[in-house]
Write a protein that binds this ligand. Sequence first.
Ligand code: PGA
Length: 230
Amino acid sequence: MAGGEKNLWIIANWKSNKTISEALEWVSQVGPRLERKDNIKVIVCPEVVALEEVKKAVMTGGFPLIVGAQDLSPFDQGAYTGEEAAPTLKGIVQLSILGHSERKQNFGETDQMVSLKVKEAKDNGIVPLVCVQNEQTPVPDGCKLIAYEPPFSISTSGPDAQADTPEDAEKVARVFKEKYGEDLEVLYGGSVTAQNAKTFLSQENISGVLVGGASLDPEEFLKIVESSYV
Ligand code: PGA
């Protein structure tokens, strides 16, 4: 690739899956087999309850694995029952997924709330990764990392998988870069598997993948990570 290897983000979004012991088992299988590469960031986003244990296991093992959250509160610390505030999360996570379509569909999350979450993340040194569902989804100020995840493509892994085409994902990535600047990094998510990961990662304007179902199995996830090695 002209100008050297591009940066790639390979992100596991476990959603509401894995007990603490299952999470630790995954880390013990994946961690030791990850290669340390300057241009590749491998991130795992467990449920909140497992975050601290996963972080400890990663540190103890010295694995090149970053721990991320799946969401955070739009508010600072305070009287917000049930929410995880960014100042509480910041010692544990380096990144947070924000504005996932499942949060918009099931929990009434709005683009305005996503903007507040981006600000909270940034104020606390957490990288905001904003999910965009289509070309119209706004990218909040200060966000430089997004994942294009068309809702029709989410959680369809398996024989009837309906990932978007790499060509379409590339086209959408160009639209966002033209609108928000060339320094915006765009990932693709939605039924990414070990079979199709490389077809997305090799697109010029796609800087990684956000992987749900296929990230739960250590072997499948490792194959996806390997497809980012040139
Ligand atoms: P999926 O989920 O890989 O299971 O489709 C991706 C996501 O929702 O982030």
